[in-house]
Structures are given as C-alpha cells and as structure tokens.
Design a protein around this ligand. Structure first.
Ligand code: ADP
Length: 582
C-alpha cells in the first residue's frame, strides 16, 4: 500500500545529503586549488626577488646562491649550457643537458623573467622554477639564473586541505543524512497515513479518516483538508446512493415498463415490469445493444427513431406473450449538458382500456342486433296487417299473437339489459343476510313445477348438510330461477331436472342438473358471456336473450361465490354455484 510513500524518506534523505556533500566537495576543492595557486605565486615572487639579487653578484656561483636562497640554483649560459648547478657535482655538470629548451630558461634568455611548474625529470617531484636574466651593460643577456624549489610542502598542504575538505564533506553528508532522515520520517509518516486514507477512500471506504498526531503545520492542514474532503465525499456518496435506491425502488414498483439506453443505443436500465413483459433478464440486457436485448422489433425501432431524431415519439405497441397486450409507448430523448445522451421509453399497459372499448363496441353492436330482430318482426307483421291482412279473419289473430310474442321478448330483453347494467354499475349491491338455502330452493322449485309439468319435465330436489348461507335472498332466488328456467327450456319432454344442495367445507354448493341437449365442450367457458348463445335460432325460439347466465355470474360473484358448468353431449348439463356458508 505504501509503495510510494515508503520510499519517500530515504529518497529525500539521499538527495539532500548527496547535494550538500557535493556542494562542500566542490567548494573545498576550488578553495584548495586557489590556496595552492596563491602559495605558488608567493613562492615565485620570492624566487624572482632572490634571483634578481643574485644577478647583482659579480661572480655567479650556483652553490653560494643555493646556500643563500635555500633552494636549488642553476646558472645558464646564453646558449643554454649549464654553467653551474647547486645540485650537481663536476661530473654531473659535464653531463648536464642544454637548458635552452626549458620554457622559463628560453623566456629568460629573451630578457624576461619567467617561471614554470613541472615534474622534475631528475627527482620525479613537482618543482617551481623561476628564471631571471643577468644582463650586461649593453643590455644583452649574459647568463640566466634559475632558482627552483620542490613543491612538496605546497602539495602536502594542499593534500591536507583536500583531506580536511573530504572529511568535512563526509561528516556533513552523514549529519545531513541523519537529519534528513529524521525530517523525512516526521514528514513521511503523516504523508504515508494520508496516502493510506486516500487509498481507502478510492477503494470505497468513505469512513476512512486521518487520525495520527499531525503537528500544527502544513501536515495538519493537509490532514484536516483530507478529512473534510472525506466527510464531504461520504455525505455526497450517501446522498447519491439514497437517491439511487429511491429511484430504483420507484422503478421497481412501477407498473409501467421502463427502458433507458445511452447515446450508442446500449441498454442502461430495464425495470422489473419491462423485463417481465419482454421476458428478458435485466442484468444481462444491461450494456448490450437495444436491438439484440429488447427482443421487440417495434420497441427497438422506436428507440432507434428517438436516438436518430432527438425528438419525443409515441407509438402503440403489441406484445403476444402469452396473450395479446397493448401498450402506449412514450419515448423521449435524454440530454446531458444540452447534448443528446440516449433515450428513455415508458410503456403504459392499455390492454384493459382497449378491451373495454372493444367490449363496449361489441355490446352496442350486439344490443342493436338483438333489438333489430324482434323489431323488424313486429314491423313486418304490423305492415302486413295494415296492407289488408286485418281483413284476413283466419290469420290476423296469429299475426297479432306473433307481434305480442316479439313485444314480450323485446321487453324481456330490455329488462335483462337493465338488470345487467344495474348490477355491473354497482347499483345492486347484495344485501347479505342469514338465509336458509333449502327453504329458498324449495320455494323456487315450487314456482317452476307447473311449467316443468307442461313441458313433460320432472323436477327433483335433494339436500345434505346444513344449508344456512350469508347471501342476498332475492339475488340467489333470481340465480336459481334462471338456472332452473334454462334447464327446463333446454330439456326435451320426458327429461329430468335435478336440483341438489350440499355443504363442501366453508361453502354451500347448489347444482342444477338436466338431461337436456347439453353444451359442446368448446362453448363451456363462453356460455357466461353476454349474448352468447349456442344455437341462436333455436334458443331465440325458446325465448332466450343470451343474458341470463351473464346475470347469474355477476350476481354470484358479487356475493363472493363462484359459478361453473359441466356438460356432456348427449347427457345434459350441470350448472353449479357456490356461496359462503353461514
Ligand atoms: P338464454 O336466455 O338464451 O337462455 P342464457 O345466458 O341463459 O341465455 O344462456 C346462454 C346460452 O347457454 C343459451 O343460449 C344456451 O344455448 C346455453 N344454455 C344455457 N343453459 C343451458 C342448459 N341447461 N342446457 C343447454 N344449453 C344451455
């Protein structure tokens, strides 16, 4: 974790130490060199003075000069021949090399004082040479006096000074190293802690804070700033995540399907309602292109259109899984700083609305159709009568009878419609009361006995268990009457209609079973629909409106019960309804 921070102290220490040591060394060396130069200069000047003094002597004796000057003395002839040298005996002198080429000698032969520093070929030590011309009265150079000194002392002093400088540099380096290490440690520690806190913040631990003692300088300021930054980040991130979860909760709870895509059409979010509708996995869809993940051509097309035009668009979409659903899809472009940044689509389920519209249209069409038949029949017979049939004594009664029958059918139809409409609009709320269903059934059966007898149909009744139920007496009576009426109507002469009543758990189940024409399997679920008739012509003949069973279903369900039918063809049908036992 403190990979960078851990190296900070040694790096700083080394850098500062090395810099100081280098500075001291350079300064020391420059100073030593300068010192050496000055010493050499002083010595040169002193040698020149001595050489000049020596030149005044009448006899130039190298040994006497050397003794007086405490240095080596050489006397050289104008042609460079060594005439005398304090360090050479007679033999050495005879072998001495011509000195004309020595730079200081060459210059002195020209009449100018000159000096040089070089390693002596004979002694192997660095020497200072100073040469002065000895001129005659005519001003010509008669000879040259050269004095020389070994620079051992100067070199020794310079070496000592250099050593001192070196040791000082080393000691300074060590001291600086130690001091810098102490300093770096005191700066590095808090820095390391701050770096650790910053890294924890980056990793999402927004509760991380700098705690250690930070002193009262910039480190404390930096630490405090980092802490307030962390607090700010924690607060902001908290707010953001609260907002995010609120938004997620809203999206999760929405009945409307919602999908958002980015500017490239990649899915950003799909709420649960939409993933349920489209049968897609929201997590898998995220980040993928809308065309492949939405699995609905119309929806993908709508998204593409909004992304392309950056304008809101709306469309009605249909889904067929498993039943047909209709959606009002509203899409809007998303913007970020005024630039297009994707699209948002909200799908509002309008299936129920569309279905109700369809039901209303069907209902109006059905009602018109149902009314037209008896009305045109009445109109037809009335016209026939007016056009002369009134005088047809044999048939006119039959015509009027038909008109009366159609009028009765019409009024029954209107009564049933009004009934149904008042039940559906909630005007006929059941008035639940303790009711003895057995007594109710017996009463209704008694009412239908003459009609059954007239059609040659036998009515039977049986019951088992308690028969008390919490129901609306009048409505249950209407339900049972409707079912018995149908059973008698659709049963041939000689047939039987059996009514039973039994308790099943918390329910009382009433059944009306006949030995009549029965209901085809395919029609079983539909007989409770309004105006649904199996064979229109025949049932209308039987005086049916196709509304009876719809009324039955509404009345039973309004009381918390269920109604269903079982049938065999041939063999007859059995209608059941259940009610809450009291
Ligand atoms: P309707 O007034 O025409 O009888 P219902 O709603 O009571 O209207 O019945 C709907 C249709 O269900 C009838 O037209 C008839 O074809 C069929 N149906 C009802 N009850 C029976 C039954 N007991 N046996 C055979 N078919 C029946």
């Amino acid at each position: 974790m403190s990979r960078q921070a851990g190296r900070f102290a040694p790096r700083l220490t080394l850098a500062v130490g090395a810099l100081l040591a280098a500075a001291i060394s350079v300064m020391g060396l420059v100073f030593t060199e300068d010192l050496k130069r000055e010493q050499v200069g002083d010595l040169t000047r002193s040698l020149f003075i001595q050489a000049r003094l020596g030149a005044r002597a009448t006899v130039l004796d190298a040994r006497a000069l050397s003794a007086a000057c405490e240095c080596r003395a050489t006397v050289i002839a104008p042609d460079g021949t060594v005439l005398g040298d304090s360090s050479l005996d007679a033999v050495g002198l005879s072998h001495a090399e011509n000195h004309r080429a020595r730079p200081e000698v060459a210059e002195a032969l020209e009449g100018r004082e000159a000096s040089a520093v070089r390693r002596s070929a004979t002694l192997g030590v660095e020497h200072l040479y100073a040469a002065a011309p000895v001129t005659g009265l005519n001003g010509r150079v008669r000879s040259v006096i050269r004095l020389s000194l070994p620079l051992t002392e100067v070199a020794r002093r310079a070496g000592r000074a250099r050593g001192f400088v070196l040791w000082t540099a080393l000691a300074t380096f060590a001291a600086v190293l130690f001091l810098a290490w102490l300093l770096a440690r005191s700066v590095g520690r808090p820095l390391e802690e701050m770096a650790a806190v910053a890294q924890r913040l980056v990793a999402g631990d927004y509760g991380a804070r700098v705690r250690g003692p930070l002193g009262d300088d910039e480190r404390a300021l930096l630490g405090e700033t980092l802490n307030s930054l962390a607090a700010r980040v924690e607060e902001t991130v908290g707010e953001l995540s609260r907002d995010k979860s609120r938004l997620a909760a809203v999206l999760d709870q929405m009945a409307e399907g919602v999908v958002a895509v980015d500017a490239d059409g990649r899915v950003l979010l799909v709420n649960p309602a939409l993933s349920r509708l489209l049968g897609i996995d929201a997590t898998q869809a995220r980040g993928r292109g809308h065309l492949e993940s939405l699995r609905h051509h119309g929806l993908a097309e709508l998204v593409g259109e909004v992304l392309r035009d950056s304008l809101p668009a709306a469309r009605e979409l249909r889904l067929f899984s498993p039943e047909e659903l209709v959606f009002d899809a509203n899409a809007a472009p998303l913007q970020q700083d005024g630039c297009p940044d994707g699209a948002l689509v909200v799908l509002h389920d309008i299936t129920r609305m569309r279905r109700l519209e369809q039901v209303r249209r069907d209902f109006v069409a059905n009602v018109s159709h149902e009314l037209r038949t008896p009305l045109s029949s009445i109109k037809g017979f009335a016209e026939t009568l007016l056009e002369g049939a009134l005088d047809d004594k044999e048939n006119r009664r039959g015509f009027v009878k038909t008109i009366e029958e159609q009028a009765v059918h019409l009024s029954k139809l209107v009564d049933d419609l009004l009934d149904l409409s008042s039940i559906e609009s909630g005007h006929r709320q059941p008035k639940l009361a303790q009711t003895d269903l057995r007594a109710l059934a017996v009463d209704v059966i008694r009412h239908f006995t003459p009609a059954a007898a007239e059609r040659g149909v036998t009515l039977t009744f049986s019951s088992s268990g308690p028969s008390a139920a919490l129901v609306d007496f009048e409505q249950v009576r209407q339900v049972l009457a409707n079912l018995i009426d149908n059973a008698i109507k659709y049963t041939e002469s000689g047939g039987r209609v059996a009514i039973t009543l039994e308790t099943r758990g918390a329910e009382v189940v009433v059944s009306v079973s006949d030995t009549g024409v029965g209901i085809p399997e395919t029609d079983l679920t539909r007989v409770f629909e309004r105006f649904y008739r199996i064979e229109k012509a025949r049932t209308r003949e039987a005086g049916g409106t196709g509304l009876g069973l719809a009324i039955v279903k509404h009345l039973v369900e309004a009381q918390g019960g269920r109604v269903w039918v079982e049938s065999r063809q041939p063999g007859g049908s059995t209608f059941f309804f259940s009610l809450r036992a009291a």
